[in-house]
Design a protein around this ligand. Structure first.
Ligand SMILES: *[C@@H]1O[C@H](CO)[C@@H](O)[C@H](O)[C@H]1NC(C)=O
Ligand SMILES: *[C@@H]1O[C@H](CO)[C@@H](O)[C@H](O)[C@H]1NC(C)=O
Ligand SMILES: *[C@@H]1O[C@H](CO)[C@@H](O)[C@H](O)[C@H]1NC(C)=O
Ligand SMILES: *[C@@H]1O[C@H](CO)[C@@H](O)[C@H](O)[C@H]1NC(C)=O
Ligand SMILES: *[C@@H]1O[C@H](CO)[C@@H](O)[C@H](O)[C@H]1NC(C)=O
Length: 217
């Protein structure tokens, strides 16, 4: 009996340790992680790092939000918002100062039935063919922004926008760089967490359950 209890405690300790690791990891913003992965891929090819532009990435989030529900069976996003939407809908919804609206010179979009970690999203959802890789490796790009949004039961949508404007001079967010708070999803370049339930649920499952068990034993 004693040995069973001590064995259980062992197991729970490990479980708690795991929970701590998971929660530490979940503080990251997957959109920021994806920017890092793309920059690593560029620097490996001796290309410059791209500046993470929060205004641009918020526009990427708005774009992909407008396209939700258009994920085809082969994981491509079948959706073409009009060019005017970027300036007339997406930018104002983000609080981008309109005179600073710059040039969008590349985009990569993708979707997946379930949430996947950024590294997998990079290789399996976004940069999965030659065309996308050449967009990522365009020499002229200087800035990047990543948006991501999904429902609890999927699908998840990712959008990457590129610009070749002078760094930090375009897509400036009003209110001292805060812009307008977004209801759903996450975007890169701003030090904010995602407004999204997935990680919270996982966190509760992994953390609270073992704590309750520990109390009852
Ligand atoms: C697909 O995207 C368009 C925007 O281009 C949107 O109007 C439409 O509602 C989307 N379709 C679905 C099924 O959500
Ligand atoms: C995915 O499907 C669309 C049409 O549904 C097609 O145009 C596109 O070429 C397909 N892409 C791949 C990678 O198979
Ligand atoms: C960059 O990404 C491409 C496409 O996913 C991949 O084939 C290549 O191995 C990556 N390069 C590095 C150095 O990670
Ligand atoms: C890169 O930028 C230069 C100068 O702005 C321009 O002349 C050139 O066409 C651009 N290259 C591509 C591939 O867009
Ligand atoms: C651009 O702005 C960001 C955030 O304010 C800052 O971290 C970064 O150093 C700036 N980059 C340049 C080249 O000014």
């Amino acid at each position: 009996m004693v040995s069973i209890i001590s064995c259980c405690k062992w197991f729970l300790t490990l479980h708690l340790l795991f929970a701590a690791l998971v929660s530490a990891k979940s503080h990251g913003n997957p959109a920021n992680e994806l920017v890092n992965i793309m920059n690593q891929n560029r620097t490996a090819a001796k290309l410059s790092q791209l500046n993470d532009n929060a205004g641009l990435s918020c526009i990427a989030l708005q774009y992909i939000e407008a396209c939700q529900g258009n994920c085809t069976s082969n994981n491509t996003v079948k959706c073409k918002p009009s060019e005017n939407d970027f300036l007339e809908v997406f930018a104002p919804n983000c609080g981008v100062e309109l005179p600073t609206f710059g040039t969008i010179t590349g985009r990569i979009v993708g979707c997946q039935p379930k949430y996947v970690e950024p590294l997998e999203a990079f290789s399996r959802v976004l940069v999965r063919d030659r065309a996308a890789l050449s967009v990522l490796r365009e020499k002229n790009h200087s800035e990047v922004g990543v948006g991501l949004v999904g429902n609890r039961h999927g699908p998840y949508f990712w959008c990457v926008l590129f610009s070749n404007d002078r760094i930090n001079s375009t897509f400036v967010l009003e209110n001292g760089g805060k812009g307008i708070k977004q209801r759903k999803g996450c975007y890169s370049g701003a030090n904010i967490e995602c407004s999204e339930a997935k990680r919270t649920k996982l966190f509760l499952l992994v953390t609270i359950f073992p704590v309750i068990f520990t109390i009852f034993i």
